[in-house]
Each structure stands twice: as structure tokens, then as C-alpha cells.
Design a protein around this ligand. Structure first.
Ligand SMILES: [Mn+2]
Length: 351
């Protein structure tokens, strides 16, 4: 397993120097952040990024993400030119030894929350989602949340949402299939494993189609083309927001099939129907059993990148919601401890 950390490059106030002081971390997950979706990442730029990371004896273990432009997700007439750019990015990334690329197929925006700083009982705060609260808010109040692409105005967001409503779930599936049939053979050719990140939260919001939300949907993705390049980035917190998704079962099923290319570890606490808050990684802090999850990854010999996903804000830290230093470092250390215990307890010593 490649224990990794998400780093936002120059925009990140947590330096590689600090990250390098976290015990047992060997990998960095990052992307080119200063270019819009649908543009070519030059070999020169990727090479500089890789070099910067390697200077700290760290490895770039996964790209998260190569964004999929709305034109591809919507199936716009010009989508082929954007798919060509995506393929070129795979080629450029592979030329620098990158093996894992994460992407998502969420319409209009990435993850979504109703509160970015909801207090927990211990005085820390974290991200929170409540469908009931979302239903009460007018759209105008929501577009400032960081899940939105800030390049869009309110009117543009509304028109985008309407286009997706017209497209519907099956239309979105068709466009994912069209995309994968073109990019997976290229990824395979360049030795890159793709991992689709589940929708977060994994249900329909604002009337938008959301398709990557359960085991059935993940099966449908991997069955579009049978290739080890056509895999999954399982995010325990995203899928786990729906109590019906059994994360250990999902991980076991896809890891055994060789479809698991990337893992995000995060715990969340359910508060009832479509309401949850992100918690510390420790099992008892939330609703997910992290021991069980790590046990399955060890037992199925998962060897790809793994990273602590969002953490709480603790010890008065201020920063990017979900991506502070302290709680993610605690989460990583805890996960690493589970890993060591599992490996040594099973009699298999890791080298
Ligand atoms: Mn995630």
C-alpha cells in the first residue's frame, strides 16, 4: 500500500517539508491546479511537479484529478476535442512515470456540503450535510460553496443544472460509456490505471443526475470495458454517507476483482436520513469500521495508493475545509498503525 497525502501545490499552505515529517508517508497525490479543465498539461510542467516532490524523497502516487470537462459529461457536440486533450494528458503523465489517475463524473460540481464548519462535541469542527437543510436553501445561497467551480456565475450554474436535468441519469451513463470507450484503451496502452471517484454525497441533489452511488453502479462502470485500467477510486466517506452501502463488502468485492486502483479513507457519522458529519478517522468516532476496512485491504493484498481523506479542523487550525494538517496527520498515523498491526499479526512482515 502506498501511504499518500493530498497536496494542493502552490495553493496549499501545508508545505512538502511539513508533509515529509509525517511518519510512514511515501506518496503525494496532486494535480496541475493552475489550468482550467480541458487544457493540456505540458510535460515540462508535470516534470517540474514530479521533481519538486521527488526532492523530498516522496513519490507522486496518483493524480487527483484530471478534471472531466462538462462538455464530455453533457455529451456536447465538441466533446471529442476535449477527449483528445484528456488522452494527451494521460500520455504526458505516463511519460513521467505516473500510474494512477483519479477522475469523477459528477455533474456541475464536485462534493457538496451544507455546512463547512459544523462544531462537533469536542469543540472541533468539520463538514456536514443535511438534505433537509439543502431543501430549504435557495440556489443563490449555495453557489459560493467550494464544491462549485468559481468560474461559473449563478446564471451559468442554473443553465448548467437545467441541461443536466434534461440529460437525466441514463443520458449521463451514455456519456460516461462514450468517454471510457475512448480513454480506457489509451490508459491501458500507457500503463495508467484510472479510478472513478464516487459521487459525494451518493444521491441525487438539486435534481441533478448522480450515477456513481453504490455497488451496482460501480459494477456497471467496470463492466463498460473489462480492463485493469478501468477501475475505481473507492472513497469510504463518500459511499459510506449512504448507510445502505457496506464499505467492507464493496472493497472486498472490487479489490478481489482487481478493480481497486485508489482508496480514500475517511469516517463519517450518520444522523438519520441523508444527514451526516465528517469525523475523526478512528472507528468509534464515526459510523464506519476502519479496522474492518483496513483488514480487507490487507487481506486482498491491495497495493495501490491510499490516503486519509478529509479531516476535522482541530487545535485552532484554519485552512481549506477538510484539508487541514493536524487531523489528517492523526488519521494517517492511525491507519498506518492498523496496517502494521494487521501485517504483523497475520505473520506477514512487510519490507
Ligand atoms: Mn474522497
Amino acid at each position: 500500500m502506498k501511504f499518500s497525502w493530498r497536496w494542493f501545490g502552490d495553493e496549499d499552505n501545508i508545505s512538502l517539508e511539513k508533509i515529509n515529517q509525517i511518519p510512514g508517508l511515501t506518496g503525494i497525490v496532486t494535480a496541475i491546479y493552475d489550468q482550467p479543465a480541458g487544457t493540456v498539461w505540458s510535460i515540462k510542467k508535470i516534470s517540474k511537479l514530479v521533481q519538486r516532490i521527488n526532492n523530498y524523497n516522496l513519490e507522486l502516487t496518483a493524480i487527483e484529478s484530471v478534471p472531466v470537462p462538462e462538455e464530455i459529461k453533457l455529451g456536447s457536440p465538441d466533446r471529442d476535442s476535449y477527449i483528445e486533450v484528456w488522452k494527451e494528458n494521460l500520455q504526458n503523465l505516463s511519460s513521467l512515470g505516473i500510474e494512477v489517475v483519479c477522475y469523477n463524473f459528477m455533474p456541475a460540481f464536485d462534493w457538496f456540503r451544507t455546512d463547512l464548519q459544523k462544531p462537533l462535541m469536542d469543540g472541533s469542527n468539520s463538514l456536514f450535510f443535511s438534505q433537509k437543510e439543502l431543501n430549504k436553501k435557495p440556489l443563490e445561497d449555495l453557489v459560493d460553496l467550494p464544491g462549485w467551480d468559481s468560474n461559473y456565475s449563478f446564471n451559468e450554474v442554473s443553465s448548467l443544472i437545467n441541461k443536466y436535468k434534461e440529460l437525466g441519469e441514463e443520458g449521463l451513463w451514455d456519456n460516461l460509456e462514450y468517454f471510457l470507450k475512448r480513454v480506457v484503451p489509451v490508459a491501458e496502452n500507457y500503463g495508467i490505471k484510472l479510478g472513478i471517484h464516487p459521487d459525494d454525497p451518493p444521491w441525487e441533489i438539486l435534481g441533478l443526475p448522480r450515477i456513481i452511488k453504490d455497488k451496482e453502479a460501480l459494477s456497471r462502470v467496470v463492466n463498460i470495458i473489462d480492463s485493469e485500467s478501468n477501475g475505481l477510486a473507492i472513497c469510504t466517506g463518500s459511499l459510506g454517507a449512504n448507510e445502505k452501502n457496506s464499505i467492507p463488502e464493496i472493497l472486498k468485492y472490487f479489490s478481489k476483482k482487481g478493480k481497486l486502483n485508489f482508496v480514500h479513507l475517511r469516517n463519517i457519522k450518520h444522523f438519520g436520513d441523508k444527514e451526516f458529519q465528517e469525523t475523526a478517522h478512528y472507528s468509534s468516532s464515526g459510523s464506519l469500521d476502519m479496522f474492518e476496512i483496513m483488514k480487507i485491504l490487507v487481506e486482498t493484498d491491495y497495493s495501490g495508493p491510499i490516503r486519509p481523506d478529509h479531516g476535522r479542523m482541530i487545535w485552532d487550525e484554519k485552512g481549506r475545509p477538510g484539508y487541514g494538517l493536524y487531523d489528517r496527520a492523526l488519521g494517517h498515523s492511525y491507519i498506518l498503525g492498523l496496517y502494521e498491526a494487521l501485517i504483523k499479526g497475520s505473520g506477514n512482515f512487510y519490507g
